[in-house]
Design a protein. Structure first.
Length: 380
């Protein structure tokens, strides 16, 4: 036998698999109708565990991992088929439909926006890229920004969530669970760090360097040039520049933006000192109420998944079954629950897609609890 003969055999087997798969999904549809008549849920955890255990027993040992994966996906697809037939409603689905009807067709040009830091902060730069004429109120902490939006003091807030070099802003993800908010847009800003000093200060004079912790991480290699300087984290890169401008101490410097050099009368001693030239920070724009503007093709979800083997796989398999791409997965520990985690998913799916609406009706089947954080587009 040559390769073409083997492939012909595989084609014949695949035709049989397709026929049996079609028959299996037709039976799943009949089961969905029966469950509707008898008011039963789609998910039967006991039945699925028994089914997978039975398959594992019958499978050749060398193929057990493959058969477990195969039948796990089959069960996910069957559940997805049943949910589609039953058109399961959810609170999120109703809220999404309302937001789509009531959100204005254009993102606002003017708004009162909360940002962390002081004037010149990258959050402010991100805000000005999102809004043509924002009224920016600066707060000292990320927590205060969330609170200002949650209490209605500001309609929107702009918060950094991740950097292409230094990674996730963990403090922001930890705050997400403590506040009631929705994401309405995101934006990516190229971050360009510069060594700012008082006019006349030389490199050899520098004994202290201030900046935000993320900025310090993004300039780690550059900072090795100053082995004798004390590196001091502070609330914000713009705060660092302001501290240097107001300091009476000689030899202090800040890692901050070019705009802060002009704003605070500092000298740009060294430009673009970040370790990576492609250094971007992603910011989210949050609101108290759900707003979904036209073109929304990103969705963020927060989930707590049961602490059992395969539960995260079940969530990912559901995305796969619906053809929904995931472009970010973040996990954060749940306080008071050792070795348990809250997961954050960023999905690449249009809010207008029937598959997205179906997913929102099925989330309760695959996780312990979940929260829809919003659907939005990203400005680049």
């Amino acid at each position: 036998m040559d390769l073409s003969d083997y492939r012909q055999k595989l084609d014949q087997i695949d035709d049989q698999i397709l026929s049996l798969f079609t028959e299996r999904m037709d039976i799943a549809a009949e089961i969905a109708a029966w469950k509707r008549e008898n008011s039963l849920p789609v998910l039967d955890v006991k039945r699925e565990k028994e089914k997978l255990a039975h398959i594992d027993e019958k499978s050749p040992p060398e193929l057990s991992d493959y058969t477990f994966t195969l039948f796990s996906v089959l069960l996910e697809l069957s559940r997805s088929r049943q949910n589609r037939i039953l058109h399961r409603e959810s609170a999120e689905k109703a809220a999404i439909e309302t937001a789509l009807r009531e959100t204005p067709p254009l993102f606002p040009e003017k708004a009162v926006v909360a940002c962390q830091g002081v004037e010149g902060a990258y959050s402010g730069i991100a805000c000005e890229k999102l809004f043509a004429r924002p009224s920016i109120f600066y707060f000292s902490t990320f927590d205060a920004v969330f609170t200002a939006v949650e209490k209605g003091l500001c309609r929107y807030g702009v918060i950094p969530v991740e950097n292409s070099t230094a990674g996730t802003v963990n403090a922001v993800y930890d705050l997400m669970v403590r506040h009631d908010f929705r994401i309405v847009r995101s934006v990516r800003i190229k971050v360009d760090h510069n060594l700012l000093v008082k006019p006349g200060t030389k490199a050899e004079d520098i004994c202290e360097i201030y900046s935000h912790g993320q900025a310090l991480a993004q300039c780690a290699n550059f900072l090795q040039r100053f082995p004798n300087a004390k590196v001091i984290p502070c609330e914000n890169t713009a705060v660092a520049a302001k501290m240097v401008a107001e300091s009476s101490e000689p030899g202090v410097a800040a890692l901050s933006s070019r705009s802060c050099a002009r704003l605070y009368g500092l000298e740009n001693l060294m430009s673009s000192v970040q370790d990576s030239a492609d250094n971007y920070t992603r910011f989210i724009c949050i609101s108290k109420n759900l707003e979904i503007y036209p073109g929304a093709d990103h969705t963020s979800l927060m989930m707590v998944i049961r602490d059992e083997p395969g539960t995260l796989y079940n969530v990912l398999a559901r995305f796969y079954a619906l053809g929904i791409n995931m472009h970010k997965l973040e996990s954060r520990p749940i306080p008071g629950r050792n070795w348990e985690y809250r997961f954050y998913f960023d999905l690449d799916t249009s809010v207008y897609s029937p598959r997205f609406i179906q997913l929102m009706g099925e989330l309760g089947d695959v996780c312990e609890e979940h929260e829809y954080l919003g659907s939005y587009s990203e400005v680049v």
